[in-house]
Design a protein around this ligand. Structure first.
Ligand code: ASP
Length: 358
């Protein structure tokens, strides 16, 4: 960060929390105990880790990366990092971004292959370059320059699931499914967990964090839409879409159908609604209403004209209030507040999800 004229770097950094505190007072009302972290439902361990790190003095953006790194390293989470489900060619391509709402700096990587922790690479982009977003080969070269090691991220489980999808995707191509495939516990697990015809499978972790010193940060990391077009980048690594924060207001992020979120610049819109005085939950719901208004293409709608896909938004304001909302019912979000155990809470929603037929 280059100091503004007449201010040295330390003075600039010191001035920011004071501005944030002044704005927080303007928002009014009692403040909740801080630090606090909010995340997607797969982030229960991540929010606990982030709060622990903030209690130790780590800035929220670093604490967010520490939290999501647990999931990126976990082969059982097939939506991020190592073990993430691949694109339609069987190649794992990862997207991640970080933002520091105190310095208003951000870093991101997209379509990154072979590096387990894209969130950590995004943090290095933020801190060790003058740029915001690196993609593909360039992102990988940058990661290797910073000592990240390249490895095969496609686990056996993810390969088998991809093959099952590939063999069943089109009736008239050259791939033949094995009738015994459904007896494989990995395939059964996938079909039971994600095989709902109504929703295209997807997953990501977003984490937003606020400490007790007026600092705010966030991170979103993903392997993207399952079996995506090679090179397809969703909302997750796009600043303003998959995540956004501002220490004057709070932080927000998204998981779900990336293209619907990109069109409304979701996370930035949530933060701006909070700036206008809406609670985190109201801000998420208002942004989702905008998604509904902007869903106009027939292929995006169900028979009743509602968005076919799901999108969930998460938010926390600088007073420590949290909220989340989804287009469709049934989603949860993870919260951890200092001195309290991490917990899952129900998201607010716009539409009641149809019952699954047995
Ligand atoms: N938002 C991610 C994407 O569009 C996917 C997800 O969150 O499920 O790539």
């Amino acid at each position: 960060m280059r100091p503004a004229k007449g201010l040295n770097r330390r003075e600039v950094l010191a001035a920011v929390p004071a501005v944030a505190a002044a704005q927080a007072i303007k928002l009014g009302g009692p403040s909740q105990p801080l630090p606090v972290a909010v995340a997607s439902s797969n982030g229960l361990r991540a929010v606990a880790e982030a709060v622990k790190r903030m209690e130790q003095g780590l800035p929220p953006v670093d604490a967010a990366v520490a939290g999501v790194s647990l999931l990126e390293a976990d082969p059982d989470d097939v939506t991020v990092g190592y073990g993430g489900l691949p694109n339609e060619e069987g190649v794992v391509q990862l997207d991640a971004a970080v933002m520091d709402g105190t310095t208003m700096r951000a870093g991101a990587v997209a379509a990154l292959e072979g590096i387990k922790h894209p969130s950590q690479v995004a943090l290095a982009v933020m801190r060790r370059t003058t740029r915001v977003l690196l993609v593909g080969e360039g992102a990988k070269k940058f990661a290797r320059a910073h000592g990240f090691t390249e490895e095969n991220l496609l686990t056996e489980r993810a390969r088998k699931i991809w093959l099952y999808w590939k063999e069943n995707a089109a009736p008239s191509d050259d791939w033949l499914p094995d009738p015994k495939e459904l007896e494989d516990p990995d395939i059964r697990w996938f079909v039971e967990r994600f095989g709902d015809a109504y929703f295209r499978p997807q997953g990501t972790i977003h984490l937003s964090a606020v400490d007790g010193q007026g600092r705010v940060g966030c991170c979103t990391t993903t392997s993207g839409l399952f079996f995506k077009l090679p090179g397809r980048v969703g909302d997750s690594p796009l600043i303003g879409c998959g995540l956004y924060c501002d220490a004057e207001v709070g932080s927000a992020g998204a998981t779900g159908h990336g293209e619907s979120n990109i069109i409304v610049v979701g996370a930035h819109t949530v933060v701006e609604f909070m700036r206008q005085g809406k609670s985190p939950e109201e801000a998420c719901l208002s942004t989702l209403q905008r998604v509904v208004r902007n869903t106009r293409e027939v292929y995006l709608k169900d028979a009743q004209g509602r968005p076919k896909n799901n999108l969930t938004l998460y938010a926390v304001n600088v007073r420590g209030e949290v909220g989340a909302a989804s287009l469709w019912s049934g989603s949860q979000f993870a919260v951890c507040r200092t001195g309290q155990a991490p917990e899952l809470r129900a998201c607010a929603y716009l539409f009641q999800r149809p019952q699954r037929t047995p």
